[in-house]
Ligand binder design. Structure first.
Ligand code: 5GP
Length: 180
């Protein structure tokens, strides 16, 4: 049993090796798509920090790093649709090729909010890259240009994703079995 999880050990949904391989593929895809340009990569905190640091090292382009803190759930598991900006980006984004890196798109409400906010700063281009996506739970039409894995509607943890602050350090994406 991992020392991180103490009593509850999540079940593995996406093992570490699969994440590694897919992150490498996505990094190569972004490298090919943006060849010859510099990108501004926005890490959406907190959940994306592990995905972000891994994929950045697979992108062979000049990259400027920005961090955006948002909180949409508190400790609840259903999106409120209300997004609180906990850390804003200070540098101008006007004229930049911006990619937003998300951990997971569930209802899409958080992402829609972030896209509107970034668009108002007039970047030259804007795309979204998300490690995970739950197509069955989407409540709004938002485009995600790079998707790591499409999953079902289960609540997942690990690889940066938490459950009330726990499990972020797990190397895999897992879920907690009912009854815990
Ligand atoms: P949305 O607004 O798309 O419903 O939710 C987006 C945010 O909710 C994500 O950035 C993430 O912080 C959180 N979230 C959505 N689904 C999950 C999940 O299955 N597990 C965890 N840990 N967080 C989730």
């Amino acid at each position: 049993m991992s020392k991180l999880t103490k009593t509850i050990e999540p079940k593995i949904l996406i093992p570490e090796v699969k994440i590694k391989a897919r992150v490498e593929e996505m990094g190569q895809e972004i490298t090919n798509d943006y060849m010859g340009r510099e990108i501004t990569a926005i890490c959406v905190l907190k959940g994306s920090f592990i995905f972000y640091s891994d994929i950045l090292r697979k992108i062979d382009l000049p990259v400027s790093c920005e961090f955006l803190g948002v909180s949409s759930y508190g400790d609840k598991k259903v999106s409120s649709g209300e997004v609180k900006v906990t850390l804003d980006i200070n540098d101008p984004l006007e004229g930049k090729h911006v990619i937003i890196f998300e951990d997971i798109v569930d209802s899409g409400l958080t992402l829609a909010y972030i896209i509107n906010m970034i668009r108002s700063r007039r970047p030259a281009s804007l795309r979204v890259c998300s490690l995970l996506m739950k197509p069955e739970k989407m409540r709004i039409d938002v485009q995600v240009d790079y998707v790591g894995f499409k999953i079902g509607s289960e609540f997942v943890v690990g690889y940066g994703l938490d459950d009330a602050g726990k499990f972020r350090g797990l190397p895999y994406v897992g879920y907690i079995e009912q009854g815990h």
